[in-house]
Design a protein around this ligand. Structure first.
Ligand code: FPP
Length: 246
């Protein structure tokens, strides 16, 4: 049976989050500049997005640029922003064809105006698409998001909009930039690194983690199928015992 054929479509993860890693090493392996790896990484973004949407995954969140990525050499940061601007514009027909809605999380104020403009246009144009939601994490870090949420909660307590006693798990979730996105059931990281790197810390409390040595530019649809099959072979217990689940 093909890998795709082994997937139980009734038990797909509703939300898959991916830490796309290894573009630089992939380029180095080819004797090329790091930016070449990012360009190849965009081809993978396109393939994985289309495959996830076709499968029936409802949310795909991609860690495209972290808060910490601003510390990379200026030329690489500029190249990545340029790539984002161009890719979002170029791939609009792909998003429309596949009924994909575009969304973004992160510190939008810190993005170059051209990037933000393209992003907002794409979000608006795709807002009625009802297939999959593609969430780009841009200038995002989970600790940044949690700090922003804490600031808003503090000011709402101060103004009397909420009471201190109302602060619980659900309320905090509502103040995060991911408030309208379900928590990911599956988190994938490519390139052999075994870290979370400040991605969705609150939201992945019960996510299944999948690490692969494959570098992001080499991460194909088949690799996505392997990750989903691996996920489907796990037992998700949410702190309960196996017996309680049956
Ligand atoms: C990690 O590889 C990758 C990134 C920091 C950027 C990811 C961006 C893209 C794939 C392109 C733009 C995305 C979209 C959604 C259009 P790395 O550079 O950290 O690789 P290394 O660990 O091998 O150095």
């Amino acid at each position: 049976m093909t890998l795709e054929g082994q997937i139980n479509k009734e038990r797909l993860p509703r939300h898959i989050a991916i830490i796309m890693d290894g573009n630089g090493r992939w380029a180095k392996g080819q004797g090329k500049f790091r930016v070449f790896g990012h360009h190849k990484g965009v081809d993978t973004v396109k393939e994985i997005t289309e495959t996830a949407a076709e499968l029936g995954v409802k949310y795909l969140t991609l860690y495209a640029f972290s808060t910490e990525n601003w510390n990379r050499p200026k030329a690489e940061v500029n190249a990545l922003m340029d790539l984002l601007v161009k890719t979002i514009k170029r791939e609009m027909p792909t998003l429309m064809k596949n009924n994909i809605r575009l969304d973004a999380i992160g510190n939008m104020d810190s993005l170059p105006s051209k990037c933000l403009k393209n992003l907002n246009e794409a979000k608006e144009l795709t807002c009625n698409n009802s297939g999959m939601t593609l969430v780009l994490a841009l200038s995002y870090s989970a600790k940044w998001d949690i700090c922003e949420a804490v600031k808003k909660i503090a000011s709402d307590v101060q103004s009397g909009a909420i009471k201190k006693e109302e602060i619980d798990n659900n309320l905090i979730t509502k103040y995060l930039s991911t408030h309208d996105i379900p928590e990911p059931e599956l988190l994938i990281r490519t390139s052999g690194e075994l870290r979370i790197s400040n991605f969705l810390l609150w939201e992945i409390a019960y996510s299944e983690l999948y690490f692969t040595d494959v570098l992001w530019p080499d991460f194909s649809s088949e690799e996505l199928f392997k990750a989903i099959i691996d996920y489907q072979n796990r037992e998700r217990r949410f702190g309960k015992t196996s017996e309680q689940l049956t």
